[in-house]
Design a protein around this ligand. Structure first.
Ligand SMILES: *[C@@H]1O[C@H](CO)[C@@H](O)[C@H](O)[C@H]1NC(C)=O
Ligand SMILES: *[C@@H]1O[C@H](CO)[C@@H](O)[C@H](O)[C@H]1NC(C)=O
Ligand SMILES: *[C@@H]1O[C@H](CO)[C@@H](O)[C@H](O)[C@H]1NC(C)=O
Length: 252
């Protein structure tokens, strides 16, 4: 449009100069000029039309681009939200992740156990062990296996030593107790009822016993190992090798 105005301006100045600068003119020459001018006008009109067409096309392109940009901004927002959620997931500490120190023959490695992840097929499994020795624990005391090997389904609480079934199912439980100059009856309690029992005794030596129980457990019921009601004494041995442990998993 600016170009067009400029053209008109130049044209007017030319015309004015031609008019005042040549007072005596014959009509033939004026006619010629008018003819020339009307040709120019026609040309200008077609140029304007062309510009208007281009303008329309450009407006279309701009509106399409701004639509696309809006789309991109929306997608970016969605992606950012997803990344944010993933980051929260990664940073989340469910209180059940345990730093483990594991000793092989020559080396000690430290790794973080991730727990609380439920397997896609609904398998529940935990395995935990005691990191320390206990002595003269007494009767009817819950054994806390405070370090986790695995805790799929996040059912086992290593602070209190209690497994709470995330779902109803048929479960296998097994526990191993190592004593030193000790005598311990340990029992598996499921929802307050005894579902297994062993006795481990050793005079001035160390010895281990294991027991296994298969139990149908209803979601929400608690399962733990405790000392029996009478005559328990001496030491229970464990440590990072996991000599005393407690495990459970679903079989249906
Ligand atoms: C332990 O170290 C010895 C000697 O350095 C080496 O021969 C052996 O292969 C190592 N064992 C392991 C399990 O790394
Ligand atoms: C359940 O899923 C886990 C992990 O995907 C797999 O390791 C395990 O073998 C599966 N268990 C069964 C019974 O399919
Ligand atoms: C448990 O006691 C035994 C014997 O005193 C000892 O060798 C072992 O280091 C102790 N374990 C822990 C984890 O303190």
């Amino acid at each position: 449009m600016a170009g067009f105005c400029l053209l008109i301006g130049v044209f007017l100045v030319t015309f004015d100069y031609g008019h005042t600068g040549n007072d005596i003119r014959d009509t033939g020459s004026t006619k010629q000029q008018i003819l020339k001018l009307s040709k120019m006008m026609a040309k200008l009109e077609s140029v304007v039309e062309e510009i208007q067409n281009d303008n329309r096309k450009l407006k279309g392109v701009i509106s399409e681009l701004s639509n696309r940009l809006e789309n991109e901004i929306r997608l970016r927002g969605q992606l950012e939200e997803r990344v944010r959620r993933c980051e929260i997931c990664l940073n989340e500490d469910d209180g059940n992740d345990v730093i483990m120190h594991q000793t092989s023959l020559n080396t000690t490695t430290t790794r973080k156990r991730f727990s609380g992840i439920r397997t896609p097929n609904g398998t529940i499994a935990f395995s935990a062990y005691m990191t320390h020795n206990l002595s003269n624990l007494g009767n009817l005391r819950i054994l806390v296996f405070d370090a986790i090997f695995i805790n799929e389904g996040n059912g086992y609480n290593h602070y209190v030593g209690v497994f709470t079934a995330p779902r109803t199912g048929l479960y296998v439980f097994t526990w191993t107790i190592r004593t030193y100059d000790g005598y311990y009856n340990t029992q598996l309690l499921v929802d307050g009822l005894m579902d297994g029992s062993i006795y481990t005794a050793s005079n001035f030596i160390t010895d281990s016993s294991s027991a296994t129980a298969v139990v149908r457990v209803v979601a929400g019921q608690s399962v733990y190992i405790r000392t029996g009601p009478a005559n328990n004494g001496g030491a229970i041995y464990s440590g990072n090798a996991g000599f005393s442990s407690f495990s459970g998993w679903t079989i249906d």
